[in-house]
Design a protein around this ligand. Structure first.
Ligand SMILES: Cc1ncc(COP(=O)(O)O)c(C=O)c1O
Length: 375
């Protein structure tokens, strides 16, 4: 039974209201210039986002899934090379690795942060491993120094899936600066979200940036000269207008997310058998998602949803157990931490404009659901 007000998981309208005028002006400019592909706003956004992240290059692409695939392709991995991907991630991380021609190898995540676990990586890495792909899930970075050491010991590269951590940092360095390349998604609900699909590849290596641009533009650097087969994966000018306007607010919005996360920490403290999300040492967390772990999660989720609170699960099925990956031969029990987490994780509404009252309502609903009788 709904109580009236709905608290969304993400409030895209509230964010839009803060940038509506700038975006409308920008759209009018692009419409009058008729430059929908490769317009000036694309190059400007690429420069601005690279500067924000602290990388030499940013190449806009059509979406985050393409960004992962193009980053791996541009890394020049041999066909069939193994790429290690965490079992707890959005399906696109693994699917894009397969599309890039990799042989997929999954690893488990650590129980405290649910990020790629170096111990699990060490157990499975071998001479065929060409890349490790840490996924900076929920808004914070996987342990990059340890993973970089493991990668270099085995002659593998790091390619970051930075789809969920715009502006997050570790030891003062932003996501996207650690690997050979990093893939970013600007899916609308992300901390930096477009008004449709959009993505980018970040890198400090000029050759990688050039290759992503070439592959994403039909294998062409010069009009109608195609040096190889590529894709159509470019960032639209209209999306670049949106991203430029929102990028100017990203640091502020990330601070508001941090404040909201700290408020949830207080509101939800001391609940039996509930694990609150933790920030790993050295990390600046940008709280893309606030993910708690609760007993009887499906019941709690249903009861909270019935109160008009759009809590959700990221992700209910670990990727290695998805039917699409059956041919890789994984099964239940292979990655116990990811599998146990999938039965307990619950993402609560979090966005820069969420109010303390809304958060108190969410916390009350969670507390009530946890006290519900078992049958
Ligand atoms: C961790 C992760 N990787 C990759 C992607 C793929 O991005 P997109 O939806 O823009 O293709 C997403 C986003 O949805 C994601 O969350």
């Amino acid at each position: 039974m709904l109580t009236g007000a709905v608290i969304p998981l993400v409030d895209l309208q509230a964010a839009h209201l803060e940038v509506a005028e700038e975006i409308s002006d920008g759209f009018h400019r692009v419409l009058s210039e008729n430059s929908f592909i490769k317009g000036a706003d694309v190059a400007a956004f690429e420069r601005e986002f690279a500067d924000f992240c602290g990388t030499e290059h940013c190449v806009g692409v059509a979406n985050g899934t393409d960004a992962v695939e193009l980053a791996l392709r541009a890394a020049g991995l041999p066909p069939g090379a193994e790429v290690i991907v965490p079992a707890n991630t959005f399906v696109a991380s693994a699917a894009a690795a397969v599309r890039a021609g990799a042989r997929l190898v999954f690893a488990d995540v650590d129980p405290d942060h649910l990020l790629l676990d170096p111990v699990s990586v060490t157990k499975i890495i071998g001479s065929a491993t060409a890349a490790i792909m840490p996924v900076h899930l929920y808004g914070q970075l996987a342990p990059m120094q340890v993973l970089a050491d493991i990668a270099s010991e085995h002659g593998a590269v790091l390619v970051e899936d930075a789809a969920q951590c715009h502006g997050a940092a570790q030891g003062g360095d932003r996501a996207g600066t650690f690997g050979l390349a990093a893939a970013v998604s600007f899916y609308p609900g992300k901390n930096l979200g477009a008004y449709g699909d959009a993505g980018a590849v970040l890198t400090n290596t000029g050759a990688v940036a050039r290759r992503v641009r070439l592959l994403g533009d039909h294998g062409s650097e010069r009009k109608y000269v195609h040096s190889e087969l590529g894709f159509n994966s470019r960032l639209d000018t209209l999306q670049a207008v949106v991203l430029r306007a929102k990028l100017r607010r990203l640091a502020h919005w990330n601070r508001k997310r941090l404040e909201a996360a700290m408020r949830y920490h207080e509101l939800l403290a001391g609940l039996d058998d509930v694990i609150l999300p933790q920030t790993a040492p050295g990390n600046l967390h940008v709280w893309h998602l606030y993910v708690i772990q609760v007993p009887r999660r499906d019941l709690v989720l249903r009861m909270v949803n019935e109160q008009g609170i759009q809590a959700s699960i990221h992700y209910p099925v670990p990727v290695h157990l998805q039917p699409a990956f059956r041919r890789y031969g994984y099964g239940p029990g292979d990655f116990p931490v990811a599998e146990a987490a999938a039965t307990r994780i619950l993402s609560l509404p979090l966005y820069p404009q969420i109010t303390p009252d809304q958060q108190a309502m969410v916390a009350d609903a969670v507390r009530r659901a946890l006290k519900a009788p078992t049958s």
